[in-house]
Structures are given as C-alpha cells and as structure tokens.
Design a protein around this ligand. Structure first.
Ligand SMILES: NC(=O)C1=CN([C@@H]2O[C@H](COP(=O)(O)OP(=O)(O)OC[C@H]3O[C@@H](n4cnc5c(N)ncnc54)[C@H](O)[C@@H]3O)[C@@H](O)[C@H]2O)C=CC1
Ligand SMILES: Cc1ncc2c(c1O)C(=O)OC2
Length: 262
C-alpha cells in the first residue's frame, strides 16, 4: 500500500522549493496535500503542477504569523478531507540576516515570530484535528545550523529561531505523546533547490569564478559527492509524516549528504 494512502497532510510555506516538493511527494505517495503560503498565485501553480484535476489537493493563502489564518488552513483540511493526519512546517524566513554585532533586534523578533512562533501557531491550529483522528505526526524543518557551527556565517537570528524550534520539538514530543501525536524535525544542510541554486549563480557571478567551483566548495565537506536535493529532504519529511515512522518521536534527522555527522 502507498505510504500515505488516505492520509491528509498540511504543508506550510509552499513556494518553488521544499514546500512544493513535500506537497508533490504527499500526493505521489497516495495522500491529500493541503497547501498554505502567503501568495495564492504560487499555491495555485504548485497545486496545478502536482494534481491537475484537484482531487487530492486544496490550498488557501496562509501567513503563519496570523493565528486566524492558521486555523482557517486547518479548517480547510477538515472540510475537504475530513481531518488531518500530519503537518509539515516548511514556512520560514530563511535569508541572511547579519550577525550579533550589527544586530537589529526588531528583525530578530520578526525571524522568531515566523520561524518559531509561526510554526507553533500552525501546530496548535492542527491539534484538535490530529487528536480527533486518534493521533498523527508533526514534522518541523530545522537546519543543520541549529545543531552545529553553520557553514555560512552571520545568520545568528535564523540559527536561534531554528535551534529553539529543535528544542521545542523534544518538549512537544513528551507533551503530545499520550495523544499519539509524534513530533520530529528534519534538518537539511545545503539543500539543492531554487534558493541554493540562486546563491551559487550569484556567488559565481560576484567572484568571477565558474559555478562549478562554488558548488565544489559547498560539497567539499560532504561525505556523498552531491548535496541533498529538496526532493530528498521531502522524502525524509514524508517518511516521518507516515505511519512507517510510527515509533519515532522526539528525533532530529539530518538530511545533508553527510556534511555533519553526530
Ligand atoms: N535552502 C537550504 O539550503 C535550506 C533550507 N532550510 C529550510 O527549508 C525550508 C525552505 O525551503 P527552501 O526550498 O529553501 O525555500 P522556499 O523559499 O521554498 O521556502 C520557504 C517558504 O516559506 C514561505 N514563508 C515565509 N514566511 C512565511 C509566512 N510568514 N507565512 C507563510 N509562509 C511563509 C516563503 O514564502 C517560501 O515559500 C525553510 O524551513 C528553511 O529554513 C534549512 C536548511 C537549508
Ligand atoms: C537557509 C540555509 N541556507 C543554506 C544553508 C543552510 C541553511 O539553513 C544550512 O544549514 O547550511 C547551508
């Protein structure tokens, strides 16, 4: 039987990258995907690419800094598909923010509000449906920068927000375990997809070096020859979302081609 046959998975932050890959993997593996992100046009495009006849997808514009919008997305999942079995939290503000020395704490607060509190708002909005269905799975997307010195510098606020999310995961796994709700994190490293592809192009251009050289620098410390793709990270998230991970909770899974090993 397919990994997610008959299951409904809410996915936040569906744009061109990882969120789209997660939603695509959910439908490919037999489930229903309920897509949220701020821009409705991106959602429509993503859903049309995954599921042209719309039988296994639903979407709604959702900013995870707004609790009411999170609740509306969870409500859409219940209306269209009768419940929620899992939620994968991709939405994040994942740019470069400057270091501590030149910190603007207003920006820090925004990063925390999206990456940490936004993810928790979205989780809370899904809890009644997860409980009503007898349990389910919550998957956070962290980063390897949350557990080790990052390979890029000056991202203290981002690392703080994702590190806190990874810590909260342990606490929630305990809190929600009695309701058979599992909580895990996937921690990508340099993930080959639109944002990192743009970074490689930009860096090659500004340094006047071939793109292959920039990519070689990124992969230098990886055990495998190529970085994980956003599709590879999506597969790990879908596994944790599924019943095949039924005894796994309170874990972080690095999906980074072996750049860091613990
Ligand atoms: N690209 C990489 O190498 C790495 C990415 N990650 C994580 O992977 C996820 C992103 O995947 P990517 O494919 O890189 O980028 P992406 O740009 O496809 O994903 C981020 C999405 O979150 C959305 N978003 C931002 N703020 C939001 C809000 N307030 N409400 C709703 N949606 C919001 C963005 O619009 C975007 O669609 C993030 O959680 C990021 O922290 C982690 C490690 C490495
Ligand atoms: C957003 C983002 N971009 C690039 C990278 C990371 C990240 O979290 C990371 O952990 O290693 C490289």
């Amino acid at each position: 039987m397919s990994l997610l046959a008959g299951k409904t998975v809410v996915v936040s932050g569906v744009g061109a990258g990882l969120g789209h890959q997660v939603a695509a993997a959910v439908v490919r593996d037999g489930g229903n995907a309920v897509l949220g992100a701020r821009t409705e046009a991106n959602l429509a495009k993503s859903a049309a690419g995954i599921d042209p006849d719309g039988a296994h997808t639903a979407y709604r514009a959702t900013d995870i800094t707004d609790e009411g919008q999170c609740e509306a997305l969870a409500g859409l999942a219940r209306e269209r598909f009768g419940g929620i079995d899992a939620v994968v939290h991709v939405a994040a503000w994942d740019s470069y923010f400057g270091g501590l020395a030149d910190a603007d704490f207003t920006t820090w607060q925004s990063v925390i509000d999206v990456n940490l509190l936004g993810t928790l708002r979205m989780t809370r909005a899904c809890l009644p449906a997860l409980r009503a269905g007898g349990g389910g799975s919550v998957v956070f997307i962290g980063t390897q920068s949350a557990v080790a010195a990052p390979s890029q510098v000056k991202q203290a606020a981002y690392a703080a927000s994702k590190g806190a999310l990874t810590s909260v995961m342990y606490s929630l796994a305990r809190e929600l375990g009695p309701d058979r709700i599992r909580v895990n994190s996937v921690l990508p490293g340099w993930m080959w997809g639109p944002p990192v592809q743009a970074y490689v192009r930009f860096t090659a251009h500004t340094e006047g070096v071939p793109e292959g050289e920039v990519l070689a620098r990124l992969t230098e410390r990886m055990a495998l020859p190529e970085p994980a793709t956003d599709g590879d990270v999506a597969d790990a998230a879908v596994f944790l979302a599924s019943d095949r991970a039924r005894a796994i909770t309170g874990q972080s899974l690095l999906v980074n081609a072996g750049e860091l090993m613990r």
